[in-house]
Each structure stands twice: as structure tokens, then as C-alpha cells.
Write a protein that binds this ligand. Structure first.
Ligand code: ADP
Length: 230
């Protein structure tokens, strides 16, 4: 592994029952790099991101973030790690989802503060300042006290991105983050991602936005039949 490699995936295998979804996937993302994964529906793109973010176990191979093995291959190692450690490790890879996944009963600011308080153990005042900083960065400082239901889809997704980057992840995982949006709201979200890319955030992005993939990412990996190729 090279010194600057932030995410290293080696020979990753994953099946759901008889269905082999990932077959010996190798992927290396260096610091500051934006890698986009494209490919047909069902080719394993989401599963790959979910393995990196611990939302799925995998059957073989390894995933390292900043030189540290992060994944787990069975429930035993998950138990050994403990849930608290798991939450801390998961925070190394911020993930933003297609369906926003904001907590509906919490304001935009509270959504961002939650992980900072519970996982990063930040004092209330500091968590609030970080949340306000990132809300401003995504152009939503005036919506800090709004509930998700009071925000447009594009605004909700910008809060989702702010929530993920506020945790200071080493790698940001974006899974089809514009797919649920009306077309006119797509660009306000992609602009935020473009800005993060310019600032050197390391990102692994699954998208159908080919123009975005071409102009904002350094590399495009094509997934087909469970394996990736460039
Ligand atoms: P993509 O993101 O490229 O559309 P996915 O990773 O979502 O692909 O899915 C890859 C394959 O894995 C599909 O055949 C899908 O049905 C299957 N799959 C995904 N998640 C599960 C699951 N939790 N249980 C069983 N099969 C799953």
C-alpha cells in the first residue's frame, strides 16, 4: 500500500446466499482523490459502499482505511470490537444516502450535532459551532432550526452532506445522493460535492450523473458482474 493510500480494498468478496455480489474487488483511493463508481443497477455498487461503512459484513478480502483494517467478516469480530468502537470506526467514513436519512424529529442543526455529541464526544457548545459552520458551508445557516419536513429535498441532502463532513471523516461515501431529487435540485447538491472535491476531500461516489463523474472525479470505475474495472 502506498503511503498516501487512504482507502485500500483488496480482493473483496460478498455474497447474499447464492448470489455472489462482489467478486475479488480491488480498489485503491489515495488522499484527496475523488473516485466515481458507475455501473448497471444490481452490479454491487451500494453493497461495496456499505461494506466500507460497516453496514454489511463481507466474506473475504480486506478493507483498510488509512492503513487500519476497518471491516469485519463475521459477527464474532463485530462482537469483539463492540458497538462503541464500531460507531467510532464508522465515523472514519462518512456516508450520505439516496434517501437523506435525516432524523425527522430533529432540526437540521440537531441532526448534525447528534454524531458529534454521541460518537465524537464533543461538548455541546463545540458541537453546535461545528454544526453551524457546516450549515453555513452548504448555504443553510438560515435553516438551522428547521425540521427535515420543512426543507426541500435538495436542502435535506445538503444537511445530510454537512452531517457527514462535520464528523471529519477520512473518506466520504456518497451513494446516489441525487437520485431521489427533482432535476432542478440536483445541481445545488452537486455544487456542494464539487466544492468539497476542490478542497481535497477524499470521496468514493456512486452516481448516475455521468457529467458530474467526468468533470468532478479523478477516476471512474465501472462495476459489472460484481467486479470493478477502470
Ligand atoms: P447497485 O448498487 O449496483 O444497484 P446493489 O449493491 O444494491 O447494486 O445490489 C447488488 C445485488 O445484491 C443485487 O442483486 C441485490 O438484489 C443484492 N442485494 C443487495 N442487498 C441485499 C440484501 N440485503 N439481501 C439480499 N440481496 C441483496
Amino acid at each position: 500500500m502506498s503511503a498516501t493510500s487512504l482507502l485500500q480494498i483488496d480482493k473483496l468478496n460478498k455474497s447474499f446466499g447464492e448470489n455472489q455480489v462482489l467478486t475479488s474487488v480491488d480498489l485503491n483511493v489515495v488522499a484527496g482523490e475523488v473516485v466515481t463508481i458507475i455501473g448497471p443497477s444490481g452490479s454491487g455498487k451500494t453493497t461495496l459502499l456499505r461494506c466500507v461503512n460497516f453496514l454489511e459484513t463481507y466474506d473475504g478480502g480486506s478493507i483498510q482505511i488509512d492503513g487500519r483494517e476497518v471491516g469485519f467478516t463475521d459477527s464474532v469480530s463485530r462482537k469483539r470490537r463492540g458497538e462503541a468502537d464500531l460507531a467510532g470506526m464508522r465515523a472514519e467514513t462518512g456516508m450520505v444516502f439516496q434517501s437523506f436519512n435525516l432524523f425527522p424529529h430533529l432540526t437540521a442543526e440537531q441532526n448534525i450535532m447528534l454524531g458529534l455529541r454521541r460518537v465524537r464526544k464533543k461538548p455541546h457548545k463545540e458541537a453546535r459551532e461545528i454544526a453551524q459552520h457546516w450549515l453555513a458551508r452548504v448555504g443553510l445557516d438560515h435553516k438551522a432550526d428547521s425540521l427535515p419536513s420543512e426543507l426541500s429535498g435538495g436542502q435535506q441532502q445538503r444537511v445530510g452532506i454537512a452531517r457527514a463532513v462535520a464528523m471529519d471523516p477520512k473518506v466520504l461515501l456518497l451513494d446516489e445522493i441525487t437520485s431521489a431529487l427533482d432535476p432542478e435540485l440536483v445541481n445545488e447538491v452537486l455544487d456542494v460535492v464539487r466544492q468539497l472535491a476542490v478542497e481535497g476531500m477524499t470521496m468514493l461516489v456512486v452516481t448516475h450523473e455521468i457529467a458530474f463523474a467526468r468533470d468532478a472525479s479523478h477516476r471512474i470505475v465501472f462495476m459489472a458482474d460484481g467486479s470493478g474495472r477502470e
